[in-house]
Design a protein around this ligand. Sequence first.
Ligand code: SF4
Length: 542
Amino acid sequence: MLPIIPEQQRMPVHVYVYAIAIANMLCIRLVSAFTIYESHAFRPISIPHHSTILRMSTSRMMQKSEPHVPRTHNINVRNRAHLILLSASVNTETEAEIKLKQKQEKKQTFLKSEREAIAKKKDYLRGAGVFKKVKRDVTEAMKEQFDSDLMNEMKETPNFMLVKDGVELYLAKDHGFCWGVERSINLAYSAVETFPDAQLHITNELIHNPMVNDKLHAKNVNFIEKDEDNVKDFSQIAEGDVVMLPAFGATLDEMRELDAKNVKVVDTTCPWVAKVWNTVHTHQVRGLTSIIHGKYGHEETMATKSMCETYVCVKNLEEAEYIADFMLNAKKGDGSAEKFMAKFAKASSSHFDPHKHLVKIGLANQTTMYKKETRSIGQLLQKTVMKRFGPDLINEHYYEFDTICDATQVRQDAVDELCNMHEDPDQPDLDFIIVVGGFDSSNTAHLLEIPQMRGVPSYHINEASCIRADNTIKHRTVSGEIVESESLLKSPMEMNVSDGIPKTLRIGITSGASTPDKEVQDALGRIIMLNKLYNDTPELTV
Ligand code: SF4
């Protein structure tokens, strides 16, 4: 029961307010409030609805007041106002603290938190620091296996150009192994050295390069098979084994599964890929749908998708245009959502609803896509959002963060330069550009697109053996077909210029970010040999 104090003994209400505030500051809030309350009567006061105090949760206040005022108590307006005031004084958390707590609680539901929780475990190894002891030996072994004298010779010339056995070789200034791939191989080799007695596995391929993968096979590393839907069979992994994650990362489901198996994980994911995951995390925090410029079946994009709450993948500008058109013109019930889902069924999250999920969007990309295309897609989406919602609301509906990795970008720029040289009338034209890299390697495939778009003859091969002694070449086209073409080198008759002097064979050279220089050297060796063969023995010409 609350004590009743005669009218003449009551003090004005502001005295109570100040008293409570001072008690608060002295950190004796609860005791002070009740002491004051219990020794003085209460007088009706009016508290404005917008007051901070009123914003406190009523249920919370009721709970805190429970020992004194049971929920069943019939609280009149006077008492309720007083309880609000009292509760404000007894609550030890500030509004900012409550907000922070709510934010932290919410954060627990983010996919990134789960990924980080797994990655923090002691058997989850990442970063070169964990393999310091074997670092020097591993670095030397890699140099020996992947370096090339011929390529080093070219790199030492001012224009990366060399004449070798009568063939002019023009090397793209940026080519071959990127930092992320070298790091990944280094970690994998280090794991082999550090755990000689353990069974080691790689979740499919470490990188997309046959030479590197063969070397790992030779070290008894098991490559986990995947089915046509890219699902990997982890049944062969036993407790205590060591499992390496590739440079392009692993999906969250794979991380969960491995976590449950009690294995050591060596994570070789490239930090540039992790940067994309951070971008899609930002999308999730901001309630945006991730539009991923990438191939939905590519390993890296699969990992990125698994870190997204809501996503749709677009493989090129054309698909992005389809999305833009939907955003501007589709109406509920006109059948466009069904058509959209038929097109993007495999490329979007399971709960995707285009009417609902194309209102607030963010752009992310597979790190190895063609950077000019990513930019065009970004511009298109930005314009679309502006058209639909107006320029003032662009920040509310669109977020973009460039995640094309530097290695991809500089390699694309360098092959562009070779094309410039070919087109420049004052510079020698090239017979063709040879692009060396795995057929599954997305960044290598994009290196081919550039000369092909610019009309420079070019071939993408995955290893030296694609160039054959019968002057044929096995290569991958821009559309992804593996084909065989005849007459890689023209016959001496075709190559001769009008004055009868044989034209020098000129080749542009580049290689993907997962291609060792040694592989390129082997391919060039074959071309040089073929050229010699044809020039020395014209009867062999086709
Ligand atoms: S191409 Fe870029 S993202 Fe891929 S491994 Fe290399 S540095 Fe990393």
